[in-house]
Design a protein around this ligand. Sequence first.
Ligand code: ADP
Ligand code: MG
Length: 362
Amino acid sequence: MARIDLEHIRHAYGANPKSDADYALKEVHHTFADGGAYALLGPSGCGKTTLLNIISGLLTPSHGRLLFDGEDVTELSTRERNIAQVFQFPVIYDTMTVYDNLAFPLRNRGVPEAEVDRRVRETLVLIDLADWAKRKARGLTADQKQKISLGRGLVRHDVNAILFDEPLTVIDPHMKWVLRSQLKLLHKRFGHTMVYVTHDQTEALTFADTVVVMYEGEIVQIGTPDELFSRPSHTFVGYFIGSPGMNVLPVAVDGASAKLGETTIRLPAAPAASLSGKVELGIRPEFVAVGREGMKASIRKVEDIGRLKIVRATVEGHDVAAIVPEDGEIPADPRLAFRPEGINLYASSRRVAFAGEKGARP
Ligand code: ADP
Ligand code: MG
């Protein structure tokens, strides 16, 4: 197990990168703590696999250094880094049995056969393939093969870190849930540093203690699921996490009030810093109340989602979503109110703290 420091990592696939746009990773400077469970979350193409492959050594970054427990490993091979990596699609030996596929990484490292047997049996149970141990991998289904891949990543206990690149994509939804819970248990038991790549917020929020959100080759926020929900540090995090995502509205701010068109919205406080660029107010649908008080709104649609309803409204020409209880009454002349504790302010897409807020710069 190791602490992993990424020092000013940048990566371009093409030769002679000139501008930021030529970089798949623009600048990543971050530490993964020893024994942490992290999710790398972001849309397709944002650089998750690139970052993971740089950590594992499949890719050498164009700039920057990588340290494991303080030791520079930037030039070391995957094998020398002692990393286990599980890919999106199965990487297995078709002609070997399921058992031998799992035994291979251990035998390869000279682990005594009695220990190999113990580990393999334990892992077979974990991935629910104990009954298939003697079968050749060739004849198995795609999701069974992926479970073998996962098993090969989990069978060794001496690794510096285990990296997962969207490993459950081909697994059916129920088994997905089972395997994710197993991974979590395994993390608790062995305390490996784990980095789990996904584009699925549910997967990220249930697996990880810390979620690293990536967008266009950059890390835009690192936080607990709670922090990502209540204080998205970038409007992208607001949109991407939550269902529906955060409402983001263009406003003009004066002291502790914001104007959305002709409507004035009271802010929790004045912003702690001056605002430059595009100024926006962000509020999650969970903090928008529908009733007789507040801003004039017209309702476009109401969607039933079980115990809650999503109200799609228009305020000053902008779409605003609200989440209200199933039995919440919607008056004939509805108004929307933003609960102050749910209001965030953004300048050039980055969150600006309010005066007096914990962590706000004076
Ligand atoms: P993600 O895993 O988040 O979907 P990737 O790390 O695979 O994203 O890709 C990040 C960016 O780098 C994308 O724009 C992608 O097209 C580009 N890219 C990825 N792999 C290569 C490659 N081998 N050669 C050139 N460009 C690549
Ligand atoms: Mg990828």
